[in-house]
Design a protein around this ligand. Structure first.
Ligand code: ADP
Ligand code: MG
Length: 434
């Protein structure tokens, strides 16, 4: 299979080869033809499988085929859940459209809206946006979605997790009824199917990998350890293994900050990345992590979602997630593009139930090891971590909740980011009753 056979135009093929891609990934091979044919498409494939190009390439192909008007209305809208992801998708749009007469822009919250609005006023064909900032600019009359022909919902599962359902519905009302809709998602839950039913018309459904399976190129391992010894163990693994690029997941923002401080004290360059960090701090951390000046990035699930960090050799779950699907997303950060990766989970007694749930989801038992000096605590309770102790603190959540008028600041921020776990649907209901 080649990109040429998929029917993409010469300028796109040129950009693809400049990017160094030789063959389409499975999800690209499956999604590109129906998108080019004008169908609504629902595509699911694991994180890191090239979904971005799966919608961007055919979208650009379609947009470039029609003659441009003097003023460029927004003809394609890509919605993404987080700022980082918006920036990444936009970077891809830019690269792939290098040899086309296509203008694009990106907007997200947390930064000054003026340059964004000025950019759009000049006329853009493709707009990549997070929902909050998009609705904000629209309500100020700074952009119109009335001419949108192609609507893409990227990382649809995470959109729902972050409580963006209502915003998505509002955005849909601002676009013409007659348009092409594309939905891309890493997982394929009941909620996703329901959303797809509302957004897509007679969709073609494509799927690249079996749902919820971990990639084989990743070697996975569990260290059973006492809760209080986890920090010491992480530091030991990273220093003794001389690991140079490690992504560490914690369950809470507070936990991420605390661990980052301990790492730095131990002489390991580290940075935390989560929803409470400013946009500048997050961009800086990610840049440092990519260029190797920061060895360890400590992240919460939401912050790490969709980050494109190629060839990441090590992922450590400082705490394992209580939502099993998150485990698959986390380890999807490693072993990308054919490179082998290692995913390590530190599991204390109170996480035993979550470990079992993860093993059930991925359909395999993970090998368990114990390291001398970092043994599990035989007296520790196996009661699962209480909701009050983690990001699922519902009381804390409502206290943190941003008032509605403050929506532009809320993109990818804690008030939305915390809507996880079993209380998900309750939260959603509450939002929609607001
Ligand atoms: P997803 O959205 O599925 O998580 P991305 O679109 O972020 O995945 O792509 C993951 C990585 O794979 C990126 O670094 C991207 O440049 C690379 N990639 C995408 N398509 C191809 C391809 N056909 N060949 C090689 N690498 C690719
Ligand atoms: Mg993606």
């Amino acid at each position: 299979m080649s990109f040429k056979l998929l029917g993409l135009s010469e300028p796109l093929l040129k950009a693809i080869s400049k990017k160094g891609y030789e063959t389409p990934s499975p999800i690209q091979a499956k999604a590109i033809p129906p998108v080019l044919d004008g169908y609504d498409v629902l595509a699911s494939a694991q994180t890191g499988t090239g979904k971005t190009a799966g919608f961007t390439l055919p979208m650009l192909h379609i947009l470039s085929e029609t003659k441009k008007e003097k003023f460029r209305p927004i003809r394609a809208l890509v919605l993404t859940p987080t700022r980082e992801l918006a920036a990444q998708v936009y970077a891809n749009v830019r690269e792939y459209s290098e040899f086309l007469n296509i203008r694009s822009a990106v907007i997200f919250g947390g930064v000054n809206q003026k340059p964004q609005a000025a950019n759009i006023r000049k006329g853009v064909d493709v707009l990549v946006a997070t929902p909050g900032r998009l609705l904000d600019l629209q309500s100020q009359g700074l952009l119109s979605l009335k001419r949108v022909e192609i609507f893409v919902l990227d990382e649809a599962d995470r959109m729902l997790d972050m409580g963006f359902l209502r915003d998505i519905e509002r955005v849909m009302k601002l676009m013409p009824d007659k348009r092409q809709n594309l939905m891309f998602s890493a997982t394929f839950s009941k909620d996703i199917k329901k959303l797809a039913f509302n957004i897509l018309k007679n969709p073609v459904q494509v799927e690249a990998t079996p749902e919820n399976t971990a990639v084989e190129a990743i070697s996975q391992k569990v260290y059973r350890v006492a809760k209080g010894l986890k920090t010491g163990l992480v530091i030991k693994l990273i220093s003794e293994g001389n690991w140079q690029q490690v992504l560490v997941f914690t369950r809470t923002k507070h936990g991420a900050n605390k661990l980052t401080k301990k790492m730095i004290s131990a002489g390991i360059t580290a940075a935390a990345i989560h929803g409470n960090k400013s946009q500048g701090a997050r961009t800086k951390a990610l840049k440092g992590f990519k260029d190797g000046s920061i060895r360890v990035m400590v992240a919460t699930d939401i912050a790490a979602r969709g980050l494109d960090i190629p060839l990441l050799p090590h992922v450590i779950n400082y705490e394992i997630p209580n939502i099993s699907e998150d485990y698959v997303h986390r380890i999807g950060r490693t072993g990308r593009a054919g490179a082998k990766g290692e995913a390590i989970s530190l599991v204390s007694a109170d996480e035993t139930v979550y470990l079992k749930a993860i093993q059930k989801l991925i359909g395999e038992k993970l090998p368990v090891e114990i390291i001398e000096g970092f043994e599990p605590d035989p007296n520790a309770s196996t009661e699962p971590i209480k909701p009050g102790q983690g990001r699922n603190n519902r009381r804390g959540q409502s206290q943190n909740r941003k008032p509605k008028t403050d929506r532009k600041k809320a993109d990818g921020n804690s008030s939305r980011s915390n809507n996880r776990n079993k209380s998900r649907s309750r939260n959603r209901n509450r939002r929609s009753n607001n």
